[in-house]
Design a protein around this ligand. Structure first.
Ligand code: 9MR
Length: 429
C-alpha cells in the first residue's frame, strides 16, 4: 500500500468529516498511483452522547467510503485522537468522557506540548488506568469501535481498522509502562470483541507514539488474533524523528531514520506480522523537507513497508498547496512500487541518480499454490520517465503486459527461480 491520510480537517469540523470533495479523492488514483488511504474517524463522532451512537455520522463516513471505492482505493479506518479530545486542541474523545480531576489547562504551541498540560495528563490517565475508577470509558470506546466495524466494516472499500491513533502518556513512568501495562490488554480486548462481529478485516495497531515514533524500542506485548484462519494483524507505527520535533527541520542526517527502521524491523519480525507505516510527514518543500521525505520513502522500500503520508488535506504538509496545486513533494512520494506481489522475498528500490527502478522476487511452486493471482503489479508514475520507459529482464523468464490507463505493469513468472527486472529511461539505452 502507498497512500495518504485523509480528512484530517474533520478533527474538529462540526460534522467530523471535513470539507474535501469527491473530485479531490478521485485525484489520488487519477493523477498519482495511490492505492489506499488511512481515513480518520472519531470516537466523539460515533458516540457523541454516552451510549448513543450517531448513525448519521457513520453514514457520512460511508458516503466517503463510496468515493474511495469509486476511486479504486483500499481504506484503513483510523480511530483517531490527538491530546485526548477537541477541548485540548486535539480530537477524539466525546465531552462526556473527559475527566480532568479539576486540573488546569492552558493552550500551548506547538500542539504536542499540550500533552504535558495537567488536565490532559489527568484525562488520559483516567482513560487508560481503569483503577482510577473510570473503567467504563474503555468499555464505551471498545463498543464504539465495534459499532463502527458493524456499520462500515463490510463496505467493499474497507480492508482494515487502526485501533487507536498515537497512544501517548506522560504519566505512567514513561511510555513503556503505558504499552506493557495498559495498551497490550486493551488491544487484546478490542481485537477479541471486533472478531465477534467481523472475521475478515485486517486489524492495524500502533505502539506508543512518544518514544517509539522517534525511534526508541517499543515495549508493547504480543497480541493474538482469534479469527478463523491465519491472523490478520498489522504492526502500524508512525515515524516522526526527534530532529524534526526539536528543531522543526531535518538536520540532513539519516541516523534517526535508520535508528527507527532497525528498531521497527526487529519488532515486526519478533511479532511475526507485516509492518506498515501509518504516518510520516513534515511541512514545506525546501531542500531539507524534500531530502527527509526521500530518505523516509527509501527506508520504507528497503524494509518493504507500505505507508500513508501525513496528510492529504491541502496545506503546508500536503502534496497540494492551499489552492490545490501540486507541489514538489508530490514527486518524491509518487514513486514506482509493487502493489501486488506474486512471489516471495521481494526487494525493490528506485535509484534517483539514474532513474532506475529495480524489482526482485523469488517465484516457486509452493508459493504459486497459495496464490489465486499470479501477476505482480508494478505502478509506473507519470513524471519519472516523461519520454518513456523500458523494462530490462536481468534474470528469470517472464510474461508481461502494461495497462496505460492505470499505468500498471503486470509481470508473471514462467519458471521457478529468481526474477530480477529493471525499469529505466527509454532515451538512455
Ligand atoms: O498536522 C496536525 C496539526 O495541524 C494539528 O494541529 C495537530 C493536532 O490536531 O495534529 C497534527 O497532525 C498529527 C496527527 O493528528 C497525529 N500524528 C502527528 C501529526 C502531525 O503532527
Amino acid at each position: 500500500m502507498h497512500g495518504m491520510n485523509i480528512f484530517s480537517d474533520g478533527k474538529s469540523h462540526p460534522l467530523r468529516v471535513g470539507n474535501q470533495s469527491k473530485e479531490h479523492i478521485m485525484r489520488l488514483t487519477k493523477d498519482w498511483g495511490y492505492n489506499s488511504v488511512r481515513l480518520l474517524i472519531f470516537w466523539d463522532g460515533i458516540e457523541p452522547e454516552k451510549g448513543q451512537y450517531d448513525y448519521e455520522y457513520l453514514q457520512r463516513v460511508k458516503d466517503r467510503l463510496d468515493w474511495c471505492e469509486e476511486a479504486g482505493l483500499h481504506v484503513v479506518l483510523d480511530m483517531h485522537q490527538d491530546l485526548y479530545a477537541v477541548g485540548y486542541g486535539g480530537d477524539g474523545a466525546p465531552e462526556w468522557a473527559i475527566f480532568d480531576d479539576g486540573e488546569p489547562f492552558e493552550l500551548q504551541v506547538p500542539w504536542e506540548l499540550n500533552y504535558f498540560q495537567p488536565a490532559v495528563k489527568a484525562s488520559i490517565s483516567n482513560f487508560w488506568d481503569v483503577e482510577r475508577g473510570y473503567g467504563y470509558l474503555q468499555e464505551h470506546y471498545i463498543n464504539s469501535v465495534v459499532e463502527a466495524v458493524k456499520y462500515l466494516g463490510n463496505h467493499p472499500a474497507v480492508v482494515g481498522i487502526d485501533l487507536y491513533n498515537e497512544p501517548t502518556s506522560v504519566t505512567f513512568d514513561g511510555y513503556k509502562n503505558l504499552e506493557s501495562k495498559y495498551m497490550t490488554p486493551f488491544y487484546q480486548k478490542l481485537i477479541n470483541k471486533i472478531r465477534t462481529v467481523n472475521n475478515d478485516l485486517w486489524i492495524f495497531y500502533e505502539p506508543s507514539a512518544m518514544g517509539v515514533n522517534q525511534g526508541l524500542k517499543s515495549d508493547l506485548g504480543l497480541v493474538k488474533d482469534p479469527r478463523k484462519g491465519e491472523p490478520r494483524l498489522v504492526y502500524f507505527p508512525h515515524i516522526y524523528t526527534i530532529d524534526l520535533d526539536v528543531s522543526g527541520e531535518y538536520i540532513g542526517n539519516p541516523f534517526y531514520i535508520n535508528l527507527w527502521a532497525s528498531a521497527r524491523q526487529k519488532e515486526y519480525q519478533w511479532r511475526n506480522e507485516p509492518l506498515m507505516i501509518g504516518e510520516f510527514g513534515l511541512g514545506g518543500n525546501d531542500p531539507k523537507a524534500l531530502a527527509y521525505t526521500t530518505e523516509v520513502v527509501e527506508m520504507c522500500d528497503k524494509i518493504t513497508g507500505g505507508w500513508f503520508y501525513w496528510d492529504y488535506t491541502p496545506g503546508d504538509w500536503s502534496i497540494l498547496d492551499s489552492e490545490n496545486n501540486e507541489v514538489e513533494k508530490s514527486k518524491v512520494l509518487d514513486r514506482p512500487y509493487p502493489r501486488l506481489i506474486a512471489g516471495e522475498k521481494p526487494s525493490y528500490n528506485l535509484n534517483l541518480e539514474n532513474s532506475v527502478f529495480t524489482f526482485k522476487v523469488n517465484w516457486n511452486k509452493e508459493v504459486a499454490k497459495k496464490l489465486s493471482n499470479h501477476w505482480t503489479e508494478i505502478y509506473i508514475p507519470k513524471h519519472l520517465w516523461p519520454k518513456g520507459w523500458e523494462m530490462n529482464i536481468i534474470k528469470g523468464e517472464i510474461e508481461w503486459k502494461y495497462d496505460e490507463a492505470s499505468r500498471l505493469l503486470y509481470v508473471k513468472a514462467l519458471k521457478e527461480g529468481d526474477i530480477h527486472i529493471e525499469i529505466t529511461d527509454k532515451t538512455k539505452s
